[in-house]
Ligand binder design. Sequence first.
Ligand code: NCD
Length: 319
Amino acid sequence: MTDQLRPDGSLRHLLTLEHLPRAHIERLLERAEGFVRPLGARPPLSNALAGITVANLFTEPSTRTRVSFELAAKRLGAAVVNLEVQLSSRAKGESMLDTVYTLQSLHVDVMVIRDAEQGVPELVAANVAPHVSVLSAGEAHVSHPTQGLLDALTVRQHKGRFAGLAVAIVGDIRHSRVARSAYHAFRVLGVADLRIVAPPALMPEPAEFAGCARHTTLKSGLKDADVVMMLRIQRERMGQADLPDADRYFAKYGLTPERLALARPDAIVMHPQPMNRGIEIASDVADGPQSVIRDQVRNGVAVRMAVLAEVIGSRTGGA
Ligand code: NCD
C-alpha cells in the first residue's frame, strides 16, 4: 500500500481511511467545519490554492462528488479540469497512467480519481511525481474516503460526539465503498455500537467489518439506533440474477416511518445518494424531519475543501 503520508507525517494522498491515524481524521473534520456555512450565506472563498491545478478523472458516473470536488477547488482559488475518462479505452490501467503523465506535464498538482476497478487510485499514487497528490473519489466497492469524512462530520454536527452512539449502516453493505469508509471513520472515532444490517446475500465476507454486530432484520438492527445510514443497492456491481426484487426488498428492508420509530426518537437518517425512493427508503423518511441527507451534501464541499487545503498546504514550500 502506497503511503498516504509524507515522511514528515503530513497528508499527501487520500486513498482510504483505513489505517489513517485518528489525529488526521479529526484535523480534517475540524478544518472542514470551518468551511461550513448555512444555506443562503456566501460560501467561504480563499486563494489558498492559487496557482494550483486540480484534475477530476472520473470513469464512473457521479453528481455530488464530482461537482463538490470542483466547487471545493474553485472556492480555494485553484484551476480545475474535468476529464470524462472512457473505461472502454483503458487497458488495465496502462492508458490511465498515460493520461496521468500527460496531466502531470500540464502542471496538474492534484488528481481526483473515481474508478470502478480496484487499485487504480493507488496505482496512480505510486507513479506520480513527488509534488502530485492523488485523492480517491470512490474506488470500486473498496473505499470512498471523502464520503466517510463527510458522514462523520454530519454525525458530529448533529450528535456532538461519537462515543456512546449506536450507528446502523443498512442495505447493500457487500458492494458498498460508502459503508467501508464509514466503518473505518466511525471505528477510529470511537463509535462502540456499530451495526451492519442487510439481507444475507448483501452481507460482506465474515473477515470484513470486524467488531460490527450483524443483523438481517431492521427490527433488531434499528433498535435504539442514534444514526441510521441507508444505502442503495449497487446494481452495477452485481449480475442481473443476483439483483433483489425491488418490491420485495422494500417490504423487508425499506426504511418507512414505522420502522424508523424502532430507532431512538432523535435518530438521524443519512443516505449518500443517489437514492432509490421506494426501494431502500420511503419518501416520507427521506424528506422527513429526521433526515440529514441534504446536510451531507453541503458537508461534502467543506470536507473536500479541507482535504485539498491539507494536501497542498502541507506540501514543501506549500501554498
Ligand atoms: C456513492 C458512490 O458513488 O459510492 N455516491 C456518492 O458518492 N455520494 C453511493 C452510491 O453510488 O450508492
